[in-house]
Design a protein around this ligand. Structure first.
Ligand SMILES: [Zn+2]
Length: 230
């Protein structure tokens, strides 16, 4: 590589690391896996795969894991559906909500064609987990930078010993619109919690974290039932 090319390469990497700050990961692997297991997903062990792929797919995958919502944002079902066409597209704002819709569409399509398709469902399991991480739903502010990693790992060392702390709430999904409405509902709770934590300038408590991941597990359980009809 010529020197000018390598300088360009470094500049691109620096630019990308500003747009997609590498601190913004996700609930840690154990938590994604525990959410999927609590939901009754038979392939729960694949729930961290969407983070694993970031190592190689980089910016293609990165924006599927968050949405940088400014304070006061209210998410609705239409916004969730609109984001679906941005799936796997690098962008600064992120489109986590649309990624849930799009990965399930991919699963439905493969299933109709008689293909395996399960890996699409595994992506969906992961994105539904990220949906309840409040700091994946607010601007990547100095508060978010400071507390992100700690929040991601908050339950990491205890989650496998306490699966009973994940509570399943009844959710019924019969259509993509139902799904978009449920995604929007949980997104709004995550945004509210994220900005509350930022205002109080504190790490969330373990109890708050269990409350959050219970929402993800409940939604993914409903998605599993819904996807049986694909
Ligand atoms: Zn993630």
């Amino acid at each position: 590589m010529k020197k000018t090319h390598s300088l360009h390469f470094v500049a691109v990497i620096l630019l990308l690391s500003c747009i997609f700050p590498m601190g913004a990961e996700a609930w840690h692997d154990e938590i994604h896996v525990a959410i999927a297991k609590a939901a009754g997903y038979s392939k729960w062990f694949n729930a961290a795969a969407a983070d694993i792929i970031k190592v190689k797919a980089g910016d293609v995958e990165y924006s599927n894991h968050f949405v940088n919502n400014p304070p006061g944002t209210v998410v609705d079902a239409k916004m969730v559906i609109r984001q679906a066409k941005r799936y796997n597209t690098p962008e600064e704002k992120g489109h986590l909500y649309g990624a849930i819709i799009a990965s399930l569409r991919d699963f439905a399509e493969d299933k109709k064609k008689g293909k395996y398709g399960q890996y699409h469902l595994a992506f969906s399991a992961h994105y539904v987990g990220d949906l309840s991480q409040p700091l994946h739903n607010i601007i990547y502010s100095p508060y978010n930078k400071k507390f992100h990693l700690q929040t991601d790992g908050l339950l990491q060392n205890e989650i496998f010993d306490h699966p009973e702390k994940i509570t399943l709430h009844p959710i019924t999904i019969k259509s993509e619109n139902d799904l978009a409405r449920e995604v929007a509902r949980i997104a709004n709770l995550s945004i509210q919690k994220g900005y509350q934590l930022e205002k109080e300038n504190r790490l969330m408590t373990r109890e708050e974290a269990y409350e959050c991941i219970s929402r993800s597990a409940s939604l993914f359980k409903a998605i599993l039932d819904y996807s049986d009809s694909f």
